[in-house]
Write a protein that binds this ligand. Structure first.
Ligand SMILES: Nc1nc2c(c(=O)[nH]1)N[C@H]1C(S)=C(S)[C@@H](COP(=O)(O)OP(=O)(O)OC[C@H]3O[C@@H](n4cnc5c(=O)[nH]c(N)nc54)[C@H](O)[C@@H]3O)O[C@H]1N2
Ligand SMILES: Nc1nc2c(c(=O)[nH]1)N[C@H]1C(S)=C(S)[C@@H](COP(=O)(O)OP(=O)(O)OC[C@H]3O[C@@H](n4cnc5c(=O)[nH]c(N)nc54)[C@H](O)[C@@H]3O)O[C@H]1N2
Ligand SMILES: [Mo]
Length: 826
């Protein structure tokens, strides 16, 4: 935890007295909870629950979820609530424990056919015995370095049932395993920003919207689409941000705030706010920013005093900017124009606008999910430093305004804890082998396929060496690596080398297809839990009432791992002798105790009955204000305590792709005249889906059909580009490059510039057959993406560094293979 974040949290602890509330203020949301009478117009009972998509009531009738409607508290519910029913009753649900035929038959792993999707139904006991035997075998024959159970993802919400924690605690009680560091979301950003601003920034609280509305005069959304991306939250989402977006929209309309979206495409947010658009060629934000910095410098528009008082290393950066350094290239607007596609004069104009008044740069995350993704974030901090408004209300720079309600006023309350992910202190796994044989026990999250392909390879990571382990077995739960990782055909090759893959999920994702043992979990809607309402606002504690019983033979993750740990005598330790409801009650009571002096919370039974305990959200925050007030006392968590425009520490690492200050590096591939654009002229952006959370809900059939094109994932194409290729709206298109090919359905839209197409991530991979290179029948963009790191610093994913070409598909369109579950073999 960074210094500034720690101070911020300390701040929270000292502002408590004012916000004590009485029970009268507790929200009575569950006036129609489980014990309640049915509504007059519709049969059944209503229950309260919550999700990444928000809090809701569900009407249960005849043991089925009949209807879902948003909780009254949520004034801006997402359309995705309409997908929940289809998620529960999806045709793709994992119904029974399943084991891959060839793996079971030979019991010699038969990796070469992994992915052929031929499975045998087994009993729970058989499946768990096999799982346990495999854990034993791998620990005995190899060691902890051969088991990777560290991949994580967007498991469903709920503090107790959080499935990754269940899996990792249970597996960890058996033996040690490989873990990961970083994540796919912000891998580059969270690694570079501690060097520059002293905290990850991406997961920190940021300036409250009320302050921004009052003081900000120019707001730049930089690679940021909040209207689309605030629909979901890590914990139950309140959608409180949308009330502020509405006010912002009004201010833009009234000419009180100037708003510009820096983005290659016309985003959903740009359309909503009806704001200005600053087009920039994909992946070339850094040249654009360098030219802005050059203009600010040359026109003497930058804040020398701020640079002097609060930053280090501007002088080391200047020779690079001015062209007096090694490369002898001045980063002028004329230099940048052919790269970033913005006219030199327009760059100068853009720069001048930034210094007119209070300006805030608000970065989204896609721009760092590309090769050299560290650079735009670092350069963003340099630009903001030159503007000199960091720490002022409504000014400066932020890297999380859009995410999970960052920027909402927040409460002083403590949220509930969760089920422990680790083995309890003082306890040891039954295989307590900590000898990783020289391999690293923790690897950068996106480098696991590299490890399978090149075990023993030494790579650089954030100032240290990492030796990639020789992985034989993988266990997944609450993540979908055949969604989240890049370059499917390379993954296919890698998975053939594995011995055993176990996956626990409620739906037959492509990861199930490439596993050997698949265990059916139930969905969150088939179990009880509690959650924090509002990830960053801590607006309350929400009860998650079980809506219906687990479908088919599915079980809660808690039940599954209780039964697994029974096999090695650890189930008592795993459960601590408590049932599901006892855990939920204890988590609630611990939270109640933690809030005792600040917020009165009712007894558990009352909370459970009423559904939500709400806290007053009256706290506001201005990013970096304390640092601005006194940079010595409130120094940043950087090595020097100041904003580091030049980082000695990074310079000393001697990396090729991330050096001592922000720089422009050409990409491995890039559209608009960049490398490989002769052969593959289009940039493929795989943005986060408007109507899904990653791959979740892609199998929700009726909901999918609201956006799918003839049963395929949409590919958004500029009308002129489509015309040149003879493609009309609704045509099936083959998108391809040297790494793969997929079919998708054309949606023509002038919101996309020429040379840019979009296929949203999370589209389920549906290979036509098990061959390397087989066409993907539904349209998963990771069939085409490249599996290279951002740099030696973060080793993060470069999902947005990819060029492709496409054509009208004239062959017979094969059926989509993604959603029909396993091929049952008896
Ligand atoms: N090309 C491209 N690729 C990307 C990205 C991109 O922008 N472009 N974005 C990246 C980013 S930022 C992210 S965060 C990742 C997301 O990648 P993931 O987090 O892996 O994606 P999800 O689809 O959310 O996968 C969650 C899985 O957990 C399962 N699950 C949910 N709840 C439970 C539960 O309670 N129990 C069990 N057992 N299983 C459960 C779901 O069914 C689903 O299969 O994708 C990354 N990949
Ligand atoms: N609806 C919905 N919301 C989500 C999620 C979801 O799955 N669905 N996932 C959540 C998660 S886990 C994450 S990590 C975040 C992801 O948040 P982000 O990574 O910020 O989201 P994206 O939608 O991938 O991209 C945001 C914008 O960046 C632009 N962009 C892409 N490349 C460039 C570039 O090179 N330069 C510039 N200037 N702009 C560029 C895109 O056109 C897009 O408008 O979203 C969260 N919110
Ligand atoms: Mo993410």
């Amino acid at each position: 935890m960074s210094l500034s974040r720690r101070k911020f949290l300390q701040g929270l602890a000292t502002t408590s007295a004012a916000s004590v509330i009485g029970p009268g203020l507790l929200l009575q949301v569950a006036h129609a909870s489980d014990t309640n009478t049915p509504a007059a117009d519709a049969p059944g009972i209503w229950k309260v629950s919550g999700s990444h998509w928000g809090a809701f009531r569900a009407r249960i009738y005849n043991g089925q979820v009949a209807e879902i409607k948003p909780l009254e508290f949520d004034k801006n519910p997402t359309d995705m609530l309409n997908g929940i029913k289809g998620l529960i009753y999806s045709p793709s649900r994992v119904r029974y424990p399943m084991v891959r035929l060839d793996w079971l038959k030979k019991n010699k792993y038969s990796g070469e056919t992994r992915g052929n999707n031929r499975f045998v139904r087994v009993t729970w006991d058989e499946a768990l015995d096999l799982f346990y035997q495999e854990l034993q075998r791998v620990q005995k024959d190899y060691g902890p370095w051969a088991l990777h159970a560290g991949q994580t993802g967007w498991r469903e919400t709920g503090q107790f049932q959080s499935c990754t924690s269940h899996m990792q605690r249970a597996v960890g009680m058996h033996g040690n395993f490989i873990k990961k560091v970083g994540d796919y979301s912000t891998g580059a950003g969270q690694t570079i920003l501690p060097y520059v601003l002293g905290s990850t920034e991406v997961y920190a609280q940021a300036t409250t919207w009320s302050t921004i509305l009052k003081d900000c005069k120019t707001l730049i959304w930089w690679s940021n689409d909040p209207i689309k991306n605030s629909q979901v939250g890590w914990q139950c989402e309140t959608h409180g941000s949308y009330a502020y977006y509405e006010q912002l929209k009004q201010k833009v309309a009234d000419g009180k705030i100037r708003m510009i979206s820096v983005d290659p495409v016309v985003s959903k947010s740009q359309q909503y706010f009806n704001c200005e658009h600053q087009y920039v060629n994909p992946q070339t934000d850094v040249p654009f920013m360098l030219a802005i910095a050059h203009t600010l410098y040359k026109e003497d528009l930058y804040d020398k005093q701020f640079l002097e008082m609060y930053t280090l290393g501007f002088n080391e950066f200047l020779p690079y900017l001015l062209g007096t350094g090694k490369d002898k290239i001045a980063k002028t607007p004329e230099w940048a124009e052919p790269i970033c596609g913005v006219k030199a004069d327009a760059i100068r104009e853009f720069a001048r606008n930034l210094v007119k008044d209070r300006t805030m740069l608000m970065f989204g995350w896609a721009v760092q999910r590309q090769q050299h993704g560290e650079q735009p974030y670092w350069m963003g901090a340099v630009l903001a430093s030159m503007l000199g408004q960091i720490g002022l209300p409504g000014g400066g720079v932020s890297y999380s305004h859009f995410y999970s309600g960052v920027g909402l006023p927040f409460s002083t309350a403590a949220g509930p804890g969760g089920f422990p992910r680790n083995v309890d202190e003082g306890q040891q796994p039954i295989w307590n082998n900590t000898d990783f044989k020289g391999y690293s026990s923790t690897i950068p999250v996106a480098r696991w396929i590299d490890a399978i392909m090149e075990p023993g390879k030494k790579i650089q990571y954030n100032g240290s060496d990492v030796v990639l382990p020789d992985i034989k077995m993988m266990v997944f739960s609450g993540c979908n690596p055949w969604n989240h990782h890049q370059q499917r055909n390379r993954m296919k090759e890698a998975f053939r080398k594995l011995q055993t893959v176990v996956n626990i999920d409620y739906t037959w994702t492509p990861t199930c297809r490439f596993s050997d043992i698949v265990l059916p979990a139930c969905t969150q809607f088939e179990r009880s839990d509690l959650d924090q309402y509002g990830t960053y606002s801590t607006s309350g504690i929400l009860a998650m009432h079980k809506l219906v019983d687990p479908l088919y033979q599915s079980k809660t993750d808690f039940q599954i791992f209780t039964e697994l740990t029974e096999r090695f005598g650890k189930s008592k330790q795993y459960t601590r002798g408590m049932t599901e409801m006892q855990w939920i009650e204890q988590l609630y009571n611990d939270c109640r105790k933690a809030n005792k002096d600040k917020h009165e919370m009712p007894e558990f039974s009352q909370f459970w009955q009423q559904g939500l305990v709400a806290f007053p959200t009256d706290q506001t925050y201005v990013s970096h204000a304390a640092f601005r007030e006194d940079p010595e006392i409130n120094s940043l968590g950087t090595p020097s305590g100041f904003i580091e425009i030049y980082s000695r520490k990074i310079a000393r690492y001697n990396y090729e792709h991330c050096q001592g200050h922000p720089m422009w590096f050409e990409k491995e591939e890039r559209s608009h005249g960049g490398p490989k654009s002769n052969k593959f002229p289009f940039w493929l952006q795989s943005c986060h889906p408007n109507k899904r959370l990653h791959s979740q809900m892609c199998d929700s059939e009726d909901f999918r059909n609201t956006y799918a094109v003839k049963g395929h994932e949409p590919v958004y194409i500029n009308p002129d580009d489509a015309k040149k290729k003879g493609i009309k709206d609704g045509d099936i298109v083959r998108v391809f490059n040297d790494r793969g090919q997929l079919l998708a359905g054309a949606v023509l839209s002038s919101h996309y510039p020429t040379g840019v197409i979009r296929i949203e991530e999370g589209a389920w991979f549906g290979p036509l057959n098990n061959d390397i290179g087989a066409i993907d029948t539904y349209g998963d963009p990771n069939t085409l993406t490249i599996d290279i790191p951002t740099s030696e610093l973060a080793q993060a994913t470069s999902a947005n560094t990819v060029v492709v070409d496409f054509e009208k598909y004239t062959g017979e369109v094969p059926p989509v293979t993604s959603f029909s579950g396993p091929i049952y073999v008896s």
